[in-house]
Write a protein that binds this ligand. Structure first.
Ligand code: AMP
Length: 249
């Protein structure tokens, strides 16, 4: 069973995003970029499937600028077999990404595509479901655990207050949630080995996808700064403030 894992290069989750002075977006000049954390979880899951003998081949794909090749190398160092780099300097919207991924699925024939539930840069949380719709495949979203069950997968999904397990026929789309696993660190020998693993170079045009944006970002702003708190004398004052100032009780 072939497993395809799309990974996105995003602003590192430890870095505080700075908004550009013209409010057109987030300033990405000279800041640390890393693999989207949910995609690290997808890579870990695919590598575990291979170690367990469930997956026969694991392929990582990233759609992005030249530097996205580093993100692919990271996934290869974690244990993925080979990479596909669809190079573009545009920041593509989920529909364009999903259409390119459909082209890759048609060419490679994986039985499972494991995506992150969302990319932490734009928080769209849309690509997995769009790909499922384009392929007309079932999807198990917000996965907390994935187990193969014959020609199907049992996916335990994180829902409010608990888990919901769905059984979906293969081929299928899965999107990963935070508690699915703990991604490994790549060891030095594996980082060295990853340098020799193949990465196919592609372009959006190879899949006949029109990447013209359909959304227009009007303005990006920082959240309001948090106001300083106040100390109250006693419970009666607290209740009075909650009632008459904050209006929450
Ligand atoms: P989003 O819908 O943008 O929040 O992204 C959800 C998931 O889609 C990510 O976790 C990735 O698995 C995948 N994805 C989104 N954009 C890209 C990209 N440019 N290259 C590869 N995978 C992507």
């Amino acid at each position: 069973m072939k497993v395809l894992v799309p990974v996105k290069r995003v602003l590192d989750y430890n870095v505080k995003a700075r908004v550009k002075s013209d409010h057109s977006g987030v300033d990405l000049a000279n800041v640390k970029m890393s693999m989207n954390p949910f995609d690290e979880i997808s890579v870990e899951e695919a590598v575990r499937m291979q170690e367990a003998g469930t997956a026969s081949e694991t392929i990582v794909v990233s759609i992005g600028p030249a530097k996205a090749a580093e993100t692919i190398r990271t996934a290869l160092a974690m244990g993925m077999d080979r990479g596909i780099h669809v190079q573009t300097d545009e920041d593509l919207e989920p529909l364009a990404v999903a259409k390119i991924l459909k082209g890759i699925v048609d060419a490679e024939g994986p039985e499972i595509v494991i995506l992150g539930k969302q990319a932490i840069d734009n928080d769209y949380g849309a690509t997995g479901s769009m790909l499922a719709a384009l392929l007309d495949w079932p999807q198990g979203t917000f996965a907390n655990s994935i187990t193969k069950d014959g020609g199907a997968l049992n996916v335990a999904r994180e829902v409010d207050g608990g888990l919901q397990t769905v059984k979906i026929d293969l081929p299928a789309i899965v999107t990963t949630d935070l508690r699915l696993n703990e991604p490994r660190y790549a060891s030095l020998p594996n980082i060295m080995k990853a340098k020799k693993k193949p990465i196919d170079a592609k372009a959006p045009g190879d899949y006949g996808v029109d990447t013209t944006p359909r959304l227009k970002v009007l303005k990006v702003t920082e959240p309001d700064a948090r106001k300083a708190g106040v100390k109250v004398e006693d419970v009666a004052t607290l209740v009075d403030k909650l009632k008459n100032e904050a209006g929450v009780i």
